[in-house]
Design a protein around this ligand. Structure first.
Ligand code: GDP
Ligand code: GDP
Length: 442
Protein backbone atom coordinates (compact mmCIF):
# COMPACT_ATOMS: atom_id res chain seq x y z
CA UNK A 1 0.00 0.00 0.00
CA UNK A 2 1.11 3.56 -0.68
CA UNK A 3 1.85 5.93 2.17
CA UNK A 4 -1.03 8.35 2.63
CA UNK A 5 -0.50 12.04 3.17
CA UNK A 6 -3.45 14.23 4.16
CA UNK A 7 -3.33 17.98 3.60
CA UNK A 8 -5.35 19.60 6.41
CA UNK A 9 -6.12 23.02 7.74
CA UNK A 10 -8.93 25.52 8.01
CA UNK A 11 -10.51 27.01 4.89
CA UNK A 12 -8.54 29.23 2.56
CA UNK A 13 -5.06 28.64 3.95
CA UNK A 14 -3.93 27.19 0.60
CA UNK A 15 -4.46 23.43 0.93
CA UNK A 16 -5.65 22.92 -2.62
CA UNK A 17 -2.90 25.12 -3.99
CA UNK A 18 -0.37 23.03 -2.11
CA UNK A 19 -2.02 19.83 -3.25
CA UNK A 20 -1.75 20.91 -6.88
CA UNK A 21 1.82 22.01 -6.40
CA UNK A 22 2.79 18.63 -4.94
CA UNK A 23 0.77 16.68 -7.48
CA UNK A 24 2.46 18.59 -10.28
CA UNK A 25 -0.77 19.30 -12.08
CA UNK A 26 -4.00 21.10 -11.52
CA UNK A 27 -6.63 18.87 -10.06
CA UNK A 28 -8.44 20.54 -7.23
CA UNK A 29 -10.30 23.74 -7.86
CA UNK A 30 -8.72 26.72 -6.21
CA UNK A 31 -11.27 29.21 -5.02
CA UNK A 32 -11.07 32.42 -3.07
CA UNK A 33 -14.38 31.89 -1.35
CA UNK A 34 -13.82 30.40 2.09
CA UNK A 35 -15.68 27.22 2.82
CA UNK A 36 -16.48 26.37 -0.77
CA UNK A 37 -17.39 22.76 -0.43
CA UNK A 38 -15.37 20.47 -2.62
CA UNK A 39 -14.95 16.77 -2.78
CA UNK A 40 -12.07 15.14 -1.12
CA UNK A 41 -9.49 14.84 -3.85
CA UNK A 42 -6.88 12.18 -4.05
CA UNK A 43 -4.01 11.66 -6.37
CA UNK A 44 -0.79 9.78 -6.60
CA UNK A 45 2.17 12.07 -6.37
CA UNK A 46 5.85 11.44 -6.61
CA UNK A 47 7.51 12.97 -3.58
CA UNK A 48 11.20 12.64 -2.88
CA UNK A 49 11.42 9.74 -5.31
CA UNK A 50 8.54 7.87 -3.84
CA UNK A 51 4.92 7.37 -4.83
CA UNK A 52 2.47 8.57 -2.24
CA UNK A 53 -1.26 8.98 -2.06
CA UNK A 54 -1.97 12.64 -1.52
CA UNK A 55 -5.32 13.57 -0.02
CA UNK A 56 -6.75 17.06 -0.21
CA UNK A 57 -9.24 17.48 2.60
CA UNK A 58 -10.51 20.85 1.38
CA UNK A 59 -14.25 20.31 1.49
CA UNK A 60 -14.10 18.64 4.85
CA UNK A 61 -13.18 21.98 6.19
CA UNK A 62 -16.60 23.20 7.18
CA UNK A 63 -16.32 20.38 9.64
CA UNK A 64 -13.14 21.89 10.98
CA UNK A 65 -13.58 22.67 14.63
CA UNK A 66 -14.58 26.10 15.75
CA UNK A 67 -13.71 25.22 19.25
CA UNK A 68 -15.05 21.84 20.11
CA UNK A 69 -13.27 18.91 18.49
CA UNK A 70 -16.25 16.72 19.32
CA UNK A 71 -18.07 18.41 16.48
CA UNK A 72 -15.62 17.16 13.93
CA UNK A 73 -17.36 15.32 11.22
CA UNK A 74 -16.65 11.66 10.90
CA UNK A 75 -15.03 12.22 7.53
CA UNK A 76 -12.27 14.41 8.94
CA UNK A 77 -11.62 11.83 11.59
CA UNK A 78 -11.51 9.14 8.94
CA UNK A 79 -9.15 11.14 6.75
CA UNK A 80 -6.85 11.64 9.68
CA UNK A 81 -6.98 8.04 10.82
CA UNK A 82 -6.10 6.74 7.36
CA UNK A 83 -3.17 9.11 6.99
CA UNK A 84 0.45 8.20 7.63
CA UNK A 85 1.39 11.84 7.69
CA UNK A 86 -0.51 15.12 7.97
CA UNK A 87 0.57 18.33 6.30
CA UNK A 88 -1.07 20.91 8.53
CA UNK A 89 -1.30 24.22 6.72
CA UNK A 90 -1.63 27.65 8.32
CA UNK A 91 -1.72 31.04 6.62
CA UNK A 92 0.94 33.48 7.78
CA UNK A 93 -0.75 36.40 6.05
CA UNK A 94 -3.88 36.25 8.15
CA UNK A 95 -2.01 34.94 11.18
CA UNK A 96 -3.24 32.27 13.55
CA UNK A 97 -6.94 32.05 14.23
CA UNK A 98 -8.85 30.20 16.94
CA UNK A 99 -9.71 27.61 14.34
CA UNK A 100 -6.00 26.97 13.67
CA UNK A 101 -5.37 26.53 17.38
CA UNK A 102 -8.14 24.07 17.99
CA UNK A 103 -7.24 22.21 14.81
CA UNK A 104 -3.68 21.94 16.09
CA UNK A 105 -4.84 20.74 19.47
CA UNK A 106 -6.96 18.10 17.86
CA UNK A 107 -4.03 16.93 15.73
CA UNK A 108 -1.71 16.78 18.74
CA UNK A 109 -4.16 14.60 20.58
CA UNK A 110 -4.28 12.07 17.75
CA UNK A 111 -0.53 11.66 17.82
CA UNK A 112 -0.14 11.34 14.04
CA UNK A 113 3.09 12.61 12.53
CA UNK A 114 2.43 16.20 11.49
CA UNK A 115 4.44 18.64 9.43
CA UNK A 116 3.46 22.19 10.18
CA UNK A 117 3.49 24.36 7.06
CA UNK A 118 3.46 28.12 7.32
CA UNK A 119 2.03 28.95 3.92
CA UNK A 120 1.94 32.21 1.98
CA UNK A 121 5.38 32.93 3.42
CA UNK A 122 6.81 34.33 0.20
CA UNK A 123 8.52 37.66 0.44
CA UNK A 124 10.44 39.21 3.27
CA UNK A 125 7.77 39.49 5.94
CA UNK A 126 6.94 35.82 5.59
CA UNK A 127 9.65 34.56 7.94
CA UNK A 128 8.84 37.00 10.69
CA UNK A 129 5.17 36.22 10.62
CA UNK A 130 5.80 32.50 10.67
CA UNK A 131 7.31 32.72 14.16
CA UNK A 132 3.83 32.79 15.60
CA UNK A 133 3.23 29.28 14.32
CA UNK A 134 5.61 27.86 16.96
CA UNK A 135 2.84 28.48 19.44
CA UNK A 136 0.86 25.60 17.99
CA UNK A 137 3.11 23.08 19.67
CA UNK A 138 3.72 21.13 16.50
CA UNK A 139 7.40 21.85 16.18
CA UNK A 140 9.17 24.28 13.90
CA UNK A 141 7.03 25.50 11.01
CA UNK A 142 8.31 24.98 7.53
CA UNK A 143 8.03 28.18 5.53
CA UNK A 144 6.47 27.62 2.15
CA UNK A 145 4.62 29.37 -0.57
CA UNK A 146 2.33 26.93 -2.30
CA UNK A 147 1.51 29.50 -4.91
CA UNK A 148 5.08 30.45 -5.76
CA UNK A 149 6.73 27.12 -5.08
CA UNK A 150 9.04 28.36 -2.34
CA UNK A 151 10.27 25.77 0.16
CA UNK A 152 9.19 22.77 -1.90
CA UNK A 153 12.61 21.10 -1.92
CA UNK A 154 12.79 21.22 1.83
CA UNK A 155 9.20 20.05 2.10
CA UNK A 156 10.01 17.01 -0.03
CA UNK A 157 12.94 16.19 2.24
CA UNK A 158 10.88 16.59 5.39
CA UNK A 159 8.15 14.39 3.99
CA UNK A 160 10.67 11.71 3.17
CA UNK A 161 12.00 11.84 6.73
CA UNK A 162 8.56 11.72 8.28
CA UNK A 163 7.13 8.84 6.29
CA UNK A 164 7.40 5.27 7.53
CA UNK A 165 10.42 3.62 5.88
CA UNK A 166 9.94 2.31 2.41
CA UNK A 167 9.66 -1.47 2.38
CA UNK A 168 13.04 -2.67 1.14
CA UNK A 169 12.96 -3.62 -2.48
CA UNK A 170 13.88 -7.20 -2.96
CA UNK A 171 17.41 -7.46 -4.16
CA UNK A 172 15.98 -9.36 -7.08
CA UNK A 173 14.10 -6.28 -8.11
CA UNK A 174 17.18 -4.33 -9.04
CA UNK A 175 18.68 -4.48 -12.48
CA UNK A 176 22.42 -4.46 -12.15
CA UNK A 177 24.66 -4.02 -15.18
CA UNK A 178 27.32 -6.28 -13.76
CA UNK A 179 25.16 -9.06 -12.56
CA UNK A 180 24.86 -11.76 -15.19
CA UNK A 181 21.57 -12.03 -16.97
CA UNK A 182 19.94 -15.31 -16.07
CA UNK A 183 18.85 -17.27 -19.04
CA UNK A 184 17.08 -20.57 -19.43
CA UNK A 185 16.79 -22.51 -22.63
CA UNK A 186 13.54 -24.38 -22.75
CA UNK A 187 11.66 -26.32 -25.37
CA UNK A 188 10.44 -29.74 -26.27
CA UNK A 189 12.81 -32.63 -26.95
CA UNK A 190 14.68 -32.37 -30.25
CA UNK A 191 13.88 -28.72 -30.80
CA UNK A 192 17.63 -28.05 -30.77
CA UNK A 193 18.31 -26.77 -27.24
CA UNK A 194 21.67 -28.50 -26.78
CA UNK A 195 22.80 -27.54 -30.25
CA UNK A 196 21.86 -23.94 -29.54
CA UNK A 197 23.67 -23.95 -26.22
CA UNK A 198 26.83 -25.18 -27.93
CA UNK A 199 26.47 -22.53 -30.61
CA UNK A 200 26.09 -19.82 -27.99
CA UNK A 201 28.95 -20.95 -25.85
CA UNK A 202 31.44 -21.25 -28.68
CA UNK A 203 34.93 -21.38 -27.29
CA UNK A 204 34.27 -19.29 -24.23
CA UNK A 205 32.68 -22.07 -22.31
CA UNK A 206 33.09 -22.04 -18.64
CA UNK A 207 31.32 -24.09 -16.05
CA UNK A 208 30.54 -22.66 -12.66
CA UNK A 209 29.21 -24.39 -9.61
CA UNK A 210 26.22 -23.49 -7.51
CA UNK A 211 26.20 -19.83 -6.64
CA UNK A 212 24.34 -17.70 -4.16
CA UNK A 213 20.76 -17.19 -5.17
CA UNK A 214 20.44 -20.35 -7.14
CA UNK A 215 18.81 -23.30 -5.45
CA UNK A 216 21.12 -25.90 -4.04
CA UNK A 217 20.79 -28.23 -6.96
CA UNK A 218 21.23 -25.64 -9.65
CA UNK A 219 24.19 -25.09 -11.79
CA UNK A 220 25.09 -22.33 -14.15
CA UNK A 221 27.11 -22.08 -17.30
CA UNK A 222 28.53 -18.63 -17.67
CA UNK A 223 29.88 -16.74 -20.63
CA UNK A 224 29.95 -13.24 -22.09
CA UNK A 225 27.73 -12.60 -25.05
CA UNK A 226 28.38 -10.53 -28.17
CA UNK A 227 27.64 -7.35 -26.29
CA UNK A 228 30.40 -8.20 -23.80
CA UNK A 229 27.98 -8.63 -20.95
CA UNK A 230 27.86 -11.67 -18.72
CA UNK A 231 25.21 -14.34 -19.08
CA UNK A 232 24.43 -17.30 -16.91
CA UNK A 233 22.54 -20.22 -18.19
CA UNK A 234 20.67 -21.52 -15.20
CA UNK A 235 19.54 -25.03 -14.95
CA UNK A 236 18.33 -27.06 -12.06
CA UNK A 237 19.60 -30.46 -12.94
CA UNK A 238 22.15 -30.46 -10.15
CA UNK A 239 24.90 -31.13 -12.62
CA UNK A 240 28.45 -29.92 -12.72
CA UNK A 241 29.58 -30.76 -16.17
CA UNK A 242 28.47 -29.24 -19.36
CA UNK A 243 27.88 -32.59 -21.03
CA UNK A 244 25.41 -33.40 -18.33
CA UNK A 245 23.70 -30.02 -18.62
CA UNK A 246 23.21 -30.81 -22.26
CA UNK A 247 21.67 -34.11 -21.31
CA UNK A 248 19.35 -32.39 -18.87
CA UNK A 249 18.22 -29.97 -21.55
CA UNK A 250 17.41 -32.83 -23.87
CA UNK A 251 15.11 -34.59 -21.50
CA UNK A 252 13.39 -31.70 -19.93
CA UNK A 253 10.30 -32.75 -18.05
CA UNK A 254 7.56 -30.27 -17.22
CA UNK A 255 8.83 -30.09 -13.66
CA UNK A 256 12.37 -29.35 -14.85
CA UNK A 257 11.03 -26.74 -17.25
CA UNK A 258 9.15 -25.00 -14.45
CA UNK A 259 12.21 -25.16 -12.20
CA UNK A 260 14.38 -23.65 -14.93
CA UNK A 261 11.78 -20.94 -15.52
CA UNK A 262 11.66 -20.04 -11.86
CA UNK A 263 15.39 -19.38 -11.82
CA UNK A 264 15.74 -17.39 -14.98
CA UNK A 265 14.94 -13.85 -16.03
CA UNK A 266 14.68 -14.49 -19.74
CA UNK A 267 13.52 -17.78 -21.20
CA UNK A 268 14.59 -18.70 -24.71
CA UNK A 269 11.95 -21.01 -26.05
CA UNK A 270 13.45 -23.14 -28.81
CA UNK A 271 10.86 -24.07 -31.41
CA UNK A 272 11.47 -26.42 -34.32
CA UNK A 273 10.58 -24.26 -37.32
CA UNK A 274 10.27 -27.26 -39.63
CA UNK A 275 7.47 -28.65 -37.53
CA UNK A 276 6.06 -25.31 -36.46
CA UNK A 277 4.85 -24.21 -33.08
CA UNK A 278 2.68 -26.93 -31.60
CA UNK A 279 0.59 -27.46 -28.48
CA UNK A 280 3.56 -28.53 -26.43
CA UNK A 281 5.51 -25.38 -27.36
CA UNK A 282 2.51 -23.28 -26.45
CA UNK A 283 2.23 -24.99 -23.11
CA UNK A 284 5.85 -24.12 -22.30
CA UNK A 285 5.33 -20.53 -23.45
CA UNK A 286 2.33 -20.24 -21.16
CA UNK A 287 4.35 -21.62 -18.27
CA UNK A 288 6.98 -18.97 -18.94
CA UNK A 289 4.30 -16.30 -18.98
CA UNK A 290 2.79 -17.66 -15.79
CA UNK A 291 6.18 -17.40 -14.12
CA UNK A 292 6.39 -13.84 -15.37
CA UNK A 293 9.51 -14.33 -17.47
CA UNK A 294 10.62 -12.37 -20.47
CA UNK A 295 10.37 -14.72 -23.44
CA UNK A 296 12.23 -14.90 -26.74
CA UNK A 297 11.37 -17.53 -29.30
CA UNK A 298 14.35 -19.08 -31.10
CA UNK A 299 12.75 -20.29 -34.31
CA UNK A 300 15.30 -22.97 -34.95
CA UNK A 301 16.30 -25.17 -37.90
CA UNK A 302 15.62 -22.22 -40.21
CA UNK A 303 18.14 -23.76 -42.64
CA UNK A 304 15.84 -26.72 -43.16
CA UNK A 305 12.65 -24.75 -43.71
CA UNK A 306 11.55 -24.82 -47.33
CA UNK A 307 8.93 -22.13 -47.48
CA UNK A 308 10.04 -19.47 -45.02
CA UNK A 309 7.22 -17.07 -45.69
CA UNK A 310 4.68 -19.77 -45.04
CA UNK A 311 6.49 -20.83 -41.86
CA UNK A 312 6.52 -17.25 -40.63
CA UNK A 313 2.86 -16.79 -41.40
CA UNK A 314 1.90 -20.01 -39.66
CA UNK A 315 3.83 -18.97 -36.58
CA UNK A 316 2.14 -15.55 -36.55
CA UNK A 317 -1.26 -17.23 -36.77
CA UNK A 318 -0.56 -19.58 -33.89
CA UNK A 319 0.81 -16.77 -31.72
CA UNK A 320 -2.13 -14.51 -32.42
CA UNK A 321 -4.70 -17.21 -31.85
CA UNK A 322 -3.16 -18.96 -28.87
CA UNK A 323 -0.66 -16.75 -27.11
CA UNK A 324 -2.35 -13.39 -26.66
CA UNK A 325 -0.84 -13.03 -23.20
CA UNK A 326 2.58 -12.63 -24.82
CA UNK A 327 1.38 -10.47 -27.68
CA UNK A 328 4.28 -9.28 -29.83
CA UNK A 329 6.79 -11.74 -28.37
CA UNK A 330 10.22 -11.52 -30.07
CA UNK A 331 10.97 -14.24 -32.58
CA UNK A 332 14.48 -14.89 -33.89
CA UNK A 333 14.71 -17.30 -36.83
CA UNK A 334 18.06 -19.05 -36.67
CA UNK A 335 19.94 -22.21 -37.30
CA UNK A 336 21.72 -23.56 -34.24
CA UNK A 337 23.40 -26.20 -36.39
CA UNK A 338 24.95 -23.85 -38.94
CA UNK A 339 25.20 -20.88 -36.63
CA UNK A 340 23.30 -18.56 -38.97
CA UNK A 341 21.23 -16.01 -37.13
CA UNK A 342 22.52 -17.13 -33.74
CA UNK A 343 24.34 -13.82 -33.33
CA UNK A 344 20.96 -12.06 -33.27
CA UNK A 345 19.68 -14.06 -30.35
CA UNK A 346 21.52 -12.44 -27.44
CA UNK A 347 20.88 -8.83 -28.49
CA UNK A 348 17.21 -9.73 -28.70
CA UNK A 349 17.40 -11.38 -25.30
CA UNK A 350 18.91 -8.15 -23.92
CA UNK A 351 16.15 -6.13 -25.49
CA UNK A 352 13.46 -8.33 -23.97
CA UNK A 353 15.28 -8.12 -20.66
CA UNK A 354 15.34 -4.31 -20.77
CA UNK A 355 11.60 -4.15 -21.41
CA UNK A 356 10.98 -6.61 -18.64
CA UNK A 357 12.94 -4.35 -16.26
CA UNK A 358 11.33 -1.18 -17.41
CA UNK A 359 9.63 1.17 -15.00
CA UNK A 360 7.11 3.68 -16.22
CA UNK A 361 7.09 7.06 -14.42
CA UNK A 362 3.96 7.71 -12.39
CA UNK A 363 2.88 10.73 -14.39
CA UNK A 364 3.04 8.93 -17.72
CA UNK A 365 1.35 5.91 -16.19
CA UNK A 366 -1.59 7.91 -14.96
CA UNK A 367 -1.94 9.78 -18.24
CA UNK A 368 -2.14 6.44 -19.98
CA UNK A 369 -4.57 5.12 -17.37
CA UNK A 370 -6.97 8.03 -17.72
CA UNK A 371 -6.89 7.76 -21.51
CA UNK A 372 -7.44 3.99 -21.38
CA UNK A 373 -10.46 4.38 -19.11
CA UNK A 374 -11.86 7.04 -21.36
CA UNK A 375 -11.45 4.99 -24.50
CA UNK A 376 -13.13 2.01 -22.99
CA UNK A 377 -15.03 2.62 -19.77
CA UNK A 378 -14.88 0.00 -17.03
CA UNK A 379 -17.86 -2.37 -17.13
CA UNK A 380 -20.65 -2.90 -14.67
CA UNK A 381 -20.13 -5.59 -12.08
CA UNK A 382 -23.37 -6.96 -10.67
CA UNK A 383 -25.12 -3.88 -11.95
CA UNK A 384 -22.68 -1.49 -10.33
CA UNK A 385 -20.04 0.52 -12.07
CA UNK A 386 -16.45 -0.37 -11.48
CA UNK A 387 -14.83 2.90 -10.43
CA UNK A 388 -11.14 2.79 -11.16
CA UNK A 389 -9.18 5.71 -9.77
CA UNK A 390 -5.51 5.36 -10.35
CA UNK A 391 -2.66 3.06 -11.22
CA UNK A 392 0.85 2.64 -9.93
CA UNK A 393 3.68 0.41 -10.96
CA UNK A 394 5.06 -0.97 -7.70
CA UNK A 395 7.56 -3.20 -9.41
CA UNK A 396 9.10 -4.34 -12.65
CA UNK A 397 10.58 -7.76 -13.46
CA UNK A 398 7.91 -8.42 -14.72
CA UNK A 399 6.07 -5.11 -15.03
CA UNK A 400 3.36 -5.08 -12.39
CA UNK A 401 0.46 -2.66 -12.21
CA UNK A 402 -1.49 -1.92 -9.08
CA UNK A 403 -4.91 -0.55 -9.88
CA UNK A 404 -7.04 1.05 -7.20
CA UNK A 405 -10.70 1.88 -7.15
CA UNK A 406 -14.13 1.00 -5.89
CA UNK A 407 -14.81 -2.68 -6.54
CA UNK A 408 -11.50 -2.86 -8.40
CA UNK A 409 -10.92 -6.33 -7.03
CA UNK A 410 -13.94 -7.48 -9.00
CA UNK A 411 -12.48 -6.37 -12.32
CA UNK A 412 -13.55 -8.87 -14.97
CA UNK A 413 -10.86 -10.80 -16.81
CA UNK A 414 -11.53 -9.27 -20.20
CA UNK A 415 -11.21 -5.73 -18.86
CA UNK A 416 -7.97 -6.67 -17.17
CA UNK A 417 -6.76 -8.04 -20.50
CA UNK A 418 -7.81 -4.83 -22.22
CA UNK A 419 -5.76 -2.78 -19.75
CA UNK A 420 -2.73 -5.03 -20.10
CA UNK A 421 -2.79 -4.84 -23.89
CA UNK A 422 -3.33 -1.12 -23.84
CA UNK A 423 -0.43 -0.70 -21.41
CA UNK A 424 1.86 -2.85 -23.55
CA UNK A 425 1.00 -0.83 -26.61
CA UNK A 426 1.28 2.54 -24.93
CA UNK A 427 4.73 1.83 -23.53
CA UNK A 428 5.97 -0.35 -26.34
CA UNK A 429 6.51 -3.53 -24.40
CA UNK A 430 5.75 -6.30 -26.87
CA UNK A 431 5.87 -9.83 -25.57
CA UNK A 432 6.28 -8.78 -21.95
CA UNK A 433 4.11 -10.51 -19.38
CA UNK A 434 2.28 -7.88 -17.33
CA UNK A 435 0.80 -8.45 -13.89
CA UNK A 436 -2.22 -6.60 -12.58
CA UNK A 437 -3.09 -6.35 -8.92
CA UNK A 438 -6.47 -4.72 -8.56
CA UNK A 439 -7.35 -3.44 -5.12
CA UNK A 440 -10.63 -2.15 -3.87
CA UNK A 441 -10.71 1.16 -2.04
CA UNK A 442 -13.66 2.90 -0.47
P1 GDP B 1 -7.89 25.90 0.68
O1 GDP B 1 -9.27 26.40 0.93
O2 GDP B 1 -7.14 25.68 1.93
O3 GDP B 1 -7.84 24.71 -0.24
O4 GDP B 1 -7.11 27.10 -0.03
P2 GDP B 1 -6.84 27.37 -1.58
O5 GDP B 1 -5.76 26.51 -2.08
O6 GDP B 1 -8.15 27.36 -2.29
O7 GDP B 1 -6.23 28.83 -1.52
C1 GDP B 1 -6.94 29.93 -0.95
C2 GDP B 1 -6.40 31.24 -1.52
O8 GDP B 1 -5.04 31.44 -1.07
C3 GDP B 1 -6.32 31.27 -3.02
O9 GDP B 1 -6.68 32.58 -3.45
C4 GDP B 1 -4.86 31.01 -3.33
O10 GDP B 1 -4.49 31.59 -4.53
C5 GDP B 1 -4.18 31.67 -2.17
N1 GDP B 1 -2.86 31.08 -1.87
C6 GDP B 1 -2.55 29.77 -1.76
N2 GDP B 1 -1.24 29.60 -1.50
C7 GDP B 1 -0.69 30.82 -1.46
C8 GDP B 1 0.64 31.32 -1.23
O11 GDP B 1 1.60 30.56 -1.06
N3 GDP B 1 0.80 32.67 -1.22
C9 GDP B 1 -0.23 33.52 -1.43
N4 GDP B 1 0.02 34.82 -1.41
N5 GDP B 1 -1.49 33.09 -1.67
C10 GDP B 1 -1.72 31.77 -1.69
P1 GDP C 1 17.31 -30.87 -27.84
O1 GDP C 1 16.68 -32.16 -27.55
O2 GDP C 1 16.31 -29.76 -27.83
O3 GDP C 1 18.51 -30.54 -27.02
O4 GDP C 1 17.79 -30.92 -29.38
P2 GDP C 1 19.24 -31.19 -29.97
O5 GDP C 1 20.08 -30.01 -29.85
O6 GDP C 1 19.75 -32.49 -29.44
O7 GDP C 1 18.86 -31.34 -31.50
C1 GDP C 1 17.91 -32.29 -31.95
C2 GDP C 1 18.18 -32.61 -33.40
O8 GDP C 1 17.93 -31.45 -34.21
C3 GDP C 1 19.62 -33.01 -33.64
O9 GDP C 1 19.63 -34.05 -34.58
C4 GDP C 1 20.23 -31.75 -34.20
O10 GDP C 1 21.31 -32.03 -35.07
C5 GDP C 1 19.10 -31.16 -34.96
N1 GDP C 1 19.22 -29.70 -35.07
C6 GDP C 1 19.46 -28.85 -34.08
N2 GDP C 1 19.54 -27.59 -34.55
C7 GDP C 1 19.36 -27.67 -35.89
C8 GDP C 1 19.33 -26.69 -36.94
O11 GDP C 1 19.51 -25.48 -36.74
N3 GDP C 1 19.10 -27.12 -38.19
C9 GDP C 1 18.90 -28.45 -38.46
N4 GDP C 1 18.69 -28.77 -39.71
N5 GDP C 1 18.94 -29.38 -37.49
C10 GDP C 1 19.15 -29.01 -36.23
Amino acid sequence: MLPRIAVMGRPNVGKSTLFNRLAGRRIAIVDDTPGVTRDRKETIARIAGRDVLLIDTAGLEEAAPDTIPGRMRASSEAALRAADLVLFVVDVRTGLTPADRSFAQWLRRHGKPVLLLANKAEGREGAARALEAYELGLGAPLLVSAEHGDGMGELHDEIREALPPEPAEEEEDVADENRPLRLSIVGRPNAGKSTLLNALLGEERMITGPEPGLTRDSVAVGWTDETGKPVRLVDTAGLRRRARITEALEQMSTAATIAALKECEVAVLVVDAVQGMDEQDLRIARLAEREGRAVVIAFNKWDAVEDRNAARRRLEDVLTASLAQLKGVFVVPLSAATGRGVERLMPTVREAYELWNRRVPTGALNRWFEAALERHAPPLVNGKRLKLRYATMPKARPPTLAIFGTRAEQMPEDYRRYLVNSFREAFDMPGVPVRVNARGTD
